[in-house]
Design a protein around this ligand. Structure first.
Ligand code: AMP
Length: 583
């Protein structure tokens, strides 16, 4: 941590949605943010109304809402009016198939228009929308569909055949699978159904506390957690988009997040649409030349991306940037994993403006800590709490169990937030005890270690638990270990994250073998292939090492932190405190 800052008052005058951070933070209340969304009669609400209907009613139906760039580079535009009609059709399809308020509609899709249409149509119909990561293998998909009791799924023929078909009998709640291309047996063609569906639909007025979104996140132990968000969350999506991403009506906004993770919904669908921007949606995966071309040719004004991608851009050097003009670009932000200070400084030179790092989690539903357009950027810091958010560093007294807020600057502790903002999760599905464990003395405990400096900027130190962040994806070691020990040769498995220059961390597994199996390169590759097939390449270990035994606690739990310390040649620390939390 050093004292470098990128000062906003030097150089060009910054015009942003927030002019004075200190005074807004002192006076802001969530009632003010509630006034920025419409709501529905009798105190009801619906995220889809705020995202689309109200703009159309206000006469903005012709404005570009979404420009889809196909892999081959073709452009397809959807105005707010188009998006409303398509979402209405999808809501009518759901009704025609018997889906009612509260039913759970899952999506297993990449960046295609049907994803956005399904999300909005699902919300309009009062159903719960749950996106899944399309690079997941069958096992993480099965676990998440089972826990959430998926009633419908929208996907492609290829994803269905490869990942879902074999699970159908294990998912009794799954009534319909809608396929966006050629529908295989036992699925429905979405295009056929949409063709006959009406394009008018009265958006379901929901109670503010009704469930709208279900997102899965990983725990250190046990199954993945189904994080429940309600319609009221839109108040925070809208506000944080306005303040932390500086979104304004008419902006050309590009969020590169995968739609299967929370950023893809909160800032890939909801916040941009409620702020009435025009979204760029690129079907293709990361590609240096294509990204620079897109930024320039689309005239992107606000760009929200992630450290792994930024590091890959940096690696490619400034060569591919030459002959591009990024004059339209006003604000650049990053999220999901620590953003190295060098990346912020590099961007300041390469683009003439820094990346603004911000911090949040699936559970918080929206951005909580940020470097803002109007405030100085401290490279390497996550920034300051949003107006409306109180963040602190806390420490638990092990004897009394009492939580103490650490006020001395530069002292490491757990990052905690004062509970009570609109997009805070309302529960972990079916897991009250796990949810309750996140709160103590009015604080929500984030599981991250951090410190605060004398100016109130927060600095990420690491996770307090064993979760792994690889290329921005949060991976639970338990889920990986469970699949590894299904292999006939594996007796035990311990999974950790090891540092990686580009992806931040990569998954590494240590396995012990059952009697009768001998270590060999063929066996190692076979275990790797088994993990990739079941978990998908984004979650499976990149490396597997054989081990004679694994370090365990007295109660027999694998001590991942010790495994990691040994793997990285770090001090092994106080072993008596190494039992990991059951989160
Ligand atoms: P997820 O719930 O998958 O969005 O992951 C949330 C976790 O990602 C946080 O608890 C952090 O560990 C990490 N994270 C998110 N944003 C940042 C950031 N700006 N800097 C460092 N870590 C981050």
């Amino acid at each position: 941590m050093d004292d470098t800052r990128i000062t906003k008052s030097d150089g060009v005058k910054i015009v942003s949605n927030m002019t004075d951070y200190t005074s807004l933070s002192a006076t802001f209340s969530w009632t003010d943010a509630r006034a920025l969304v419409d709501g529905l009669p009798e105190g009801k609400m619906n995220i889809a109304h705020e995202a689309v209907d109200r703009h159309v009613t206000a006469g903005h139906g012709e404005q570009l809402a979404l420009r889809w760039i196909t892999k081959s580079g073709q452009r397809h535009d959807f105005s707010y009016g188009d998006l409303q009609r398509e979402a209405n059709r999808f809501a009518n399809v759901l009704r025609a198939r018997g889906f009612q308020k509260g039913d759970r509609v899952y999506a297993l899709l990449g960046r295609v228009p049907q994803l956005y249409i399904a999300a909005l149509g699902t919300l309009k119909a009062g159903c719960t929308f749950c996106p899944l990561f399309s690079a997941f293998g069958p096992e993480p998909i099965r676990a998440r569909m089972e826990i959430g009791g998926a009633n419908a799924l929208i996907t492609t023929a290829r994803l269905y055949e490869r990942k879902v078909k074999s699970l159908r009998s294990a998912l009794p709640d799954l009534r319909d699978v809608f396929v966006i291309d050629d529908a295989p047996e036992d699925t429905l063609s979405l295009a056929d159904l949409m063709r006959w569906a009406g394009d008018a639909f009265e958006t379901e007025p929901m109670d503010r506390e009704d469930t709208a979104l279900l997102h899965f996140t990983s725990g250190t132990t046990g199954k993945p957690k189904g994080v429940v968000h309600v319609h009221e969350a839109v108040v925070a999506h809208n506000w944080t988009g306005h303040i932390a991403l500086d979104l304004r009506a008419g902006d050309v906004y590009w969020c590169t997040a995968d739609p299967g993770w929370v950023t893809g919904t909160s800032y890939g669908i909801v916040a941009p649409l409620t702020n009435r921007v025009s979204m760029i949606v690129d079907e293709a995966e990361f590609d240096v030349a294509r990204w620079y071309e897109t930024l320039e040719s689309e005239g992107v004004t606000v760009w929200y991306t992630a450290p792994t991608a930024i590091r890959m851009l940096m690696k490619a050097g400034t060569g591919p940037m030459q002959h591009h003009d990024f004059a339209a670009l006003r604000f650049m932000a990053s999220v999901g994993e620590p953003l190295n200070p060098e990346a912020v400084v590099w961007a300041s030179k390469a683009f003439g403006k820094p990346f603004h790092d911000n911090w949040w989690q699936t559970e918080t539903g929206g951005i909580m800590i940020a470097n803002f357009a109007a405030t100085d950027v401290k490279p390497g810091s996550m920034g300051q709490p949003l107006p409306g958010i109180k963040a602190g560093i806390v420490e638990k007294d092990e004897d009394t169990g009492v939580l103490r807020e650490v006020t001395e600057p530069h002292t490491m502790g757990e990052l905690a937030l004062r509970a009570g903002w609109p997009s805070m999760m309302r529960g972990y599905l079916h897991e009250q005890a796990r949810y309750d464990k996140c709160f103590l003395d009015g604080w929500y405990l984030t599981g991250d270690l951090a410190l605060r400096d004398e100016d109130g900027y927060f600095w990420f130190v690491g996770r307090a638990d064993d979760l792994i962040k690889s290329a921005g994806h949060l991976i639970g070691p338990f889920e990986v270990e469970s699949v590894l020990i299904e292999h006939e040769a594996v007796a035990e498995a311990g999974v950790i994250g090891i540092p990686d220059e580009t992806a931040g961390e990569v998954v590494k597994a240590f396995v012990t073998l059952r009697q009768g199996f001998d270590e060999s390169e063929d066996l190692r590759l076979d275990i790797l292939a088994h993990a990739r097939k079941k978990l998908g390449p984004a979650v499976a270990p990149k490396e597997i090492a054989f081990s004679e035994d694994l370090p365990k606690t007295r109660s027999g739990k694998i001590m991942r932190r010790l495994l990691k310390a040994r793997a990285l040649g770090l001090p092994e620390g106080d072993l008596s405190t190494m039992e990991s939390d059951e989160t």
